[in-house]
Design a protein around this ligand. Structure first.
Ligand code: FES
Length: 163
């Protein structure tokens, strides 16, 4: 039995075939990686940050994931380029979906994962390089909670495998 193809937008297909900003960044200021044990996909976000003004000069990604994950990572790295960390922090997974011309509902998780990685990288920057600014909330965002939940599932699975 063959499955019906997912209703991907033209933009998703285009970015999946020709992703922008794909690849490891050797001189990244911060890196964050998140993974989903549910689908087995992993995404790594690299940010080159101007530490004078906290502006993202360059962003790249590595994705071991589905077409929606690759397209989401690609569009996110385009969206944050030239933006301050404060502006980039405001980007949510719905903004990614909008830029992509909508994500199929079963693929919303792919956008959430990518935004979770961005937020993890921003928190990492402020925990290692500078004291956290006022705009950075202590409470985790919906995307971060989602990523954390998946990481806990991964840990539990790993424990089961080791037992
Ligand atoms: Fe896992 Fe897309 S299905 S990131």
């Amino acid at each position: 039995m063959s499955r019906a193809p997912l209703p991907y937008s033209q933009k998703i297909i285009e970015l999946f075939k020709n992703p922008k900003n794909a690849g490891k960044m050797e001189d990244a200021t911060v890196t964050a990686s998140v993974g989903s044990p549910i689908c087995g996909d992993v995404v790594v976000i690299y940010l080159k940050i101007n530490e004078e003004n906290d502006v993202i000069e360059k962003a790249t990604f590595e994705s071991y994931g589905c077409a929606a994950n690759i397209a989401s990572s690609s569009i996110l790295t385009e969206m944050v380029k030239g933006k301050s960390l404060a502006e980039s922090w405001k980007i949510g997974w719905r903004d990614i979906a909008r830029e992509l011309g909508e994500l199929p509902s079963v693929k919303a998780h792919c956008g959430i994962l990518v935004v979770g990685a961005l937020k993890k990288a921003i928190r990492e920057y402020y925990s290692k390089k500078k004291p956290p600014p006022k705009w950075l909330p202590e409470e985790l965002t919906a995307e971060e909670k989602h990523v954390l939940k998946e990481e806990k599932i991964a840990e539990a699975l790993a424990k089961k495998v080791r037992a």
